[in-house]
Design a protein around this ligand. Structure first.
Ligand SMILES: Cc1cc2nc3c(=O)[nH]c(=O)nc-3n(C[C@H](O)[C@H](O)[C@H](O)COP(=O)(O)OP(=O)(O)OC[C@H]3O[C@@H](n4cnc5c(N)ncnc54)[C@H](O)[C@@H]3O)c2cc1C
Length: 461
């Protein structure tokens, strides 16, 4: 419990105006995209790394728990203060791009920088930061690193972890550490930056991030394939990638998703199709793009694609992407509650995975529209139920449990991009052995022996 003296001491560290314990602030910092609420006892806005260090040192000594927070857009409750204590909000002051080093193609940023702001700044000088979660307009780089966020371009360019070269971070006892270097190669010591990426704020507070940048490709073209069945489309995904196609994105909508977008927006989508695949191809010369498009067309058609369309201009490309960008909001026609998961399987398992989802949907009598980033094996699997009917909701969660089981059996993972947080913590035992979970706990203990940093997450307590 935080008392008046703690508030006074925290104010001494960061200044009167940077500690809030009024009801409005406590409510405003009690939520994330899960819609679950946990109220903190105070919200603290550090101005710099030194503040973070002093806050953590103080809280560690007093046994006050801390939940780091970026923009609060997480889908699994990572930024929720489930055990009370303070929310440490990094987005207010620690939001500067510190350096864009064009010679080494590297950016150095504070954790509160918004993803899209970084993308815009580096693109002004011809560079490119590919990870682009759909929350890019508001999620922070600190949050992206802590969740190892992915996005639409992962099929070709990978995810956040592929761009983190170095970090500065504060350990729960207040010690400031550096991990990694501004070098392409670095094999000295343990890969601590690698452990912190995706650690969901449970090990250290990240205070500075050095990111790899690449050259911005000059040209992009968009294509869409229409398939009679999901199975054909999923075969086309892994066979085209294994056959040398290198699309930026290979996104998918199943029939339920296509019909939902069409019902809401009347765009003339092929409502009788089993699935559509949408791909972007980028590069610097037309020939390269044309070659890649011809590969896609060849593999799509070999696998049952009945129509292959290449967008002639930006407007046509935007029209093709419209369906994918609006799938998530459109599928709400199937139920007032969406239990959405971001499971990921090896790409060659996609046909089997979606066959199993269909079986589970029939078994529980619930609709499960699927769409997402099939180019990296990541399928947004949405169990839609009537949220006002507890029996329906229970059925939905049973279906989800079975979906997780199938995912693990197929060599997949509980989460491709949203993390574990509190939402998926109950399933950690399904995905990891006792010994593996024990190792996670020992790592947590090595960083945070007093368990003050984001306790109650990732099934570690
Ligand atoms: C509409 C929508 C679309 C989304 N699309 C995608 C998507 O395409 N891909 C994807 O990967 N995710 C997506 N997300 C999920 C979410 O945006 C990402 O997980 C994002 O990385 C979270 O960033 P944030 O700044 O909001 O972090 P928060 O939600 O504030 O925090 C997330 C976690 O990071 C920790 N944390 C934050 N900052 C720090 C720090 N400096 N040091 C230590 N720990 C820290 C928190 O404690 C918490 O555990 C989406 C969310 C929404 C609402």
């Amino acid at each position: 419990m935080i008392d008046k003296k703690d508030i006074k001491n925290l104010k001494k560290i960061v200044g009167e105006e940077n500690v809030k314990d009024d009801p409005a602030h406590l409510i405003a910092y009690s939520y994330d995209a899960t819609k679950t609420r946990y109220k903190p006892e105070a919200v603290v806005f550090p101005k710099n790394e030194q503040d973070v260090s002093e806050i953590l040192k103080y809280c560690n000594e007093r046994g006050i728990v801390i939940t780091p927070r970026g923009a609060g857009s997480g889908f699994t409750g990572g930024a929720l203060p489930v055990k009370g204590g303070i929310v440490l909000s990094l987005e207010k002051h620690m939001n500067k791009i510190l350096e864009i080093d064009m010679e080494n193609m590297v950016a150095r940023v504070q954790p509160g920088v918004i993803n899209k702001d970084l993308q815009r700044e580096v693109e002004k000088v011809g560079l490119f930061y590919p990870p682009d979660p759909a929350s890019q307009e508001y999620s922070t780089i600190g949050g992206n690193v802590s969740e190892n966020a992915g996005g639409m371009r992962a099929a070709k360019y990978g995810i956040t972890k592929d761009y983190v070269m170095a970090l500065r971070a504060v350990l729960p006892n207040g010690d400031i550490i550096r991990a990694g270097k501004k070098t392409i190669k670095d094999v000295a010591g343990y890969n601590i930056a690698g452990i912190l990426v995706g650690s969901e704020g449970t090990l250290a507070v990240i205070t500075e991030i050095t990111l790899k940048l690449i050259s911005k490709p000059k040209l992009t073209k968009t294509a869409m394939g229409v398939f009679g069945s999901v199975k054909e489309a999923m075969n086309a995904v892994y066979k085209s990638l294994a056959g040398g196609a290198n699309p930026v994105a290979m996104e998918f909508l199943d029939n339920l998703s296509i019909r939902a977008v069409e019902e809401k927006f009347h765009k003339g989508l092929p409502v009788d199709a089993g699935a559509i695949l949408i791909s972007d191809i980028d590069g610097n010369v037309e020939e390269e793009i044309d070659y890649q498009l011809s590969l896609l067309e060849k593999f799509f058609k070999k696998n049952g694609c009945r129509e292959f369309k290449i967008a002639k201009d930006e407007k046509e490309a935007a029209d093709i992407w419209f369906a994918r960008r609006n799938a998530s909001q459109s599928i709400t026609i199937y139920g007032s509650k969406k239990i959405n998961e971001d499971v990921t399987v090896p790409r060659s398992m996609l046909p089997k995975y979606l066959e199993e989802v269909d079986r589970i949907s029939k078994k529980y009598g619930v609709k499960i529209p699927c769409f997402g980033h099939t180019g990296d094996g990541n399928v947004h699997t949405n169990v839609m139920v009537d949220g006002s009917d507890p029996k329906e909701v229970e059925k939905g969660y049973k279906a989800i449990e079975e979906i997780f089981k199938v995912t693990i059996e197929l060599g997949g993972t509980l989460s491709g991009e949203h993390g574990i947080g509190i939402s998926k913590a109950p399933f950690m035992k399904m995905a990891f052995s006792d010994k593996e979970i024990e190792l996670f706990k020992r790592i947590k203990h090595a960083f945070d022996p007093n368990n003050i940093l984001n306790p109650g997450k990732m099934g570690l307590d």
